[in-house]
Structure formats: C-alpha cells, structure tokens
Design a protein around this ligand. Structure first.
Ligand SMILES: Nc1ncnc2c1ncn2[C@@H]1O[C@H](COP(=O)(O)OP(=O)(O)OP(=O)(O)O)[C@@H](O)[C@H]1O
Ligand code: SF4
Ligand SMILES: [Mg+2]
Length: 296
C-alpha cells in the first residue's frame, strides 16, 4: 500500500484555521484564543491514505473535525470534489455527510486514532480490514495517529503537525528515509525497531519540555524551544514550507538529510506556506548532512 496514488484531489484544504475563543469573567469576554489549526493547506487524493501525525494537542482531531464540518472553520476553505463546502448550510451539507465520515464510510473517511488503544495483533487485523474496505469500495482515508509507527504501512503520504501547523508532508517511505524537519526526526526516533542491533545503534531523541501552549504559541518556528538545531532566525522568522522534490515539503530553516546541491534547488511553496511565514526565508544552512534512515 505504500505506492503513491496519483488520483485527482478529492479534498482540498486551503489556509484552514480553527481558533477556539477563551472566555473569562462575568461578561465572558474573549481573553485569548487557542490556535488549534493555524493556516494549513494540503490536498487528499482520491483513493489514497494520508497519515496525519503529531503529539497530543497539536490539532489533529480539530483539523479532522473542521474538514468534515463538525466544527466551523475560523478561516480558510475546504473543497470536496471541487465544491467549496466550508460555507454550505446544513441542508446542502447533509447529502455530503453521507460521503464524508469521521468513521469509515464511503468514499472518504477520517479515522481518528481507530487502533491506538488495541493490542498489536488486533491492531494489525483492523489495519488489514481498513485496507480491504479501501480496495473494495475505493475509499479515501485521512488516518490520524500519535506516532509514526502505526501509519507507516497504511499511508501513501504522511502529514506531520506541530502546534497547529503543518510542518512536513511527504510520500510515506520518503518521510521515513529522510525526515527533513527536526520534529519529524524526533518522532521517528521513538518508533521501535525490531532488530536489536539496529535499535541499539540508533539515537533516541528525547524532546525536552512539554508542548508549549497553543494559546500563545512560540514566535518564529513553533518548535524552536525544543529544537536542538535552533539558531536566532528560528526564534524570529516562521519558516516557509519548502519543496524538496518528489512532493516532499518541510518547514525548517536548517533542514536535515539534505545535501548542499539539493538545498540550492529548493523552492518555497507559495501554495502551502502560511501567510505568517516569510516566503523569502528559503533555507540556506542544513542542520546536518548525513541521513539516518529507519530500516523496514
Ligand atoms: N472545543 C474546544 N475548545 C477549546 N479548545 C479546544 C477544543 N477542542 C480542542 N481544543 C484545544 O485545541 C488544541 C488541539 O486539540 P486537538 O484535540 O485537535 O489535538 P489532537 O492533536 O487531536 O490531540 P490528541 O492526540 O490528544 O487527540 C488543544 O490545545 C486542545 O486543548
Ligand atoms: S526552523 Fe529552526 S527551530 Fe524550527 S525545526 Fe528548523 S532548526 Fe529547529
Ligand atoms: Mg485527537
């Protein structure tokens, strides 16, 4: 299932934002906002499985719920088969609800952590079942999970979120072979490797500190307080989503697993980059050059 499906876009999410107001006091004044999903753009192709991963609280469920309009978007749009559904009223939304489900139904589904509480053998049976259903009914999935272990073998592409932002999007195998954004590297380092020798050799990156509050997210790159490659620019400038070829996008000033020649050819994706990021801030300096692929 890991081949890249080249179908037409079924769902297109553009500059989607979902902020939750925080109200306090007798008058219930708005005193702040949770930036749960903050200017996210991507498409899901017909027949593909898009894995959506990130730590607890990074906005995965909110993104899923906003796409199927269980939540109203604060800004941005969602199109389904080319139709903008972000402003449809309940009556015109109803027939579409049959086609878009949070749980699996045709032709498109958001499966929000369907297997994370199950033991390993039942997990793999469930994943096989989802796969069979997909073949049989030509379903399209957005598959939400905390960790990169579960989604590897079911996803065609994987999207990584951090504090409301899309930070990396890539064909699944490419993401495992050459994670570019340091947060993805850290998530990958937590995926168990069955081979004890390889497992022993591998460096486990422990992320310091908790996920910062999405009410006042960190400036610049939201990952900077926890990133070991952080420099001054990371604190000040939100990195744009840069295109590393083969559909691999990442938002980082000091990309990993990219050599100088590739870096020189990188372009900034105007389409995917959030408005708050600086489109001129094309990455110049790699974080490190050698690759640390995770074996099958
Ligand atoms: N209805 C709500 N009102 C206010 N804040 C909310 C609401 N729903 C979610 N949030 C906040 O939005 C942020 C994103 O939450 P969300 O549930 O989307 O994360 P998640 O990635 O699905 O996390 P988990 O892996 O724990 O399921 C969190 O800070 C959460 O507290
Ligand atoms: S932009 Fe800077 S802080 Fe953010 S992930 Fe890249 S190196 Fe780390
Ligand atoms: Mg969730």
């Amino acid at each position: 299932m890991s081949s890249t499906n080249g179908g037409d876009p079924l769902v297109e999410v553009r500059n989607l934002k979902k902020y939750f107001p925080i109200r306090q006091g007798l008058l219930q004044r708005e005193t702040g906002r949770v930036h749960a999903v903050d200017d996210v753009t991507f498409a899901v192709r017909e027949g593909e499985t898009l894995g959506l991963v990130g730590e607890s609280g990074c906005g995965k469920s909110t993104l899923g719920r906003t796409i199927v309009r269980l939540l109203e978007p604060t800004a941005g749009s969602v199109t389904f088969e080319g139709r903008d559904i972000s402003s449809l009223g309940p009556r015109r939304l109803r027939p579409l609800r049959r086609e878009m489900q949070m749980v699996f139904q045709d032709p498109y589904a958001i499966a929000d952590e369907p297997v994370s509480a199950l033991d390993v053998s039942i997990q793999s049976q469930m994943l096989n079942l989802l796969d069979d259903l997909q073949q049989e009914f030509h379903l399209t999935y957005i598959f939400i999970a905390h960790d990169l272990g579960v989604v590897r073998h079911v996803s065609n592409r994987i999207a990584v979120m951090y504090l409301g932002k899309l930070v990396e999007l890539a064909p699944a195998e490419d993401l495992y072979q050459r994670p570019i954004m340091p947060y993805t590297e850290a998530l990958l380092s937590a995926v168990p490797i069955p081979d004890p020798d390889l497992s022993h050799q591998r460096e486990r990156i422990v992320l310091e500190g908790d996920v910062p509050s999405p009410i006042n997210p960190p400036s610049g790159c939201r990952f900077h307080p926890r990133c070991r490659y952080m420099t001054d620019i990371c604190r000040e400038v939100e990195p744009p989503l840069a295109d590393y070829g083969n559909g691999h996008l990442a938002a980082c000033h000091h990309p990993l697993n990219v050599d100088k020649a590739t870096l020189a050819q990188v372009t900034v994706s105007k389409r995917h980059t959030p408005a708050a990021a600086d489109e001129r801030a094309k990455p110049q300096t790699p974080g490190k050059e050698e690759a640390h692929p995770i074996p099958e």
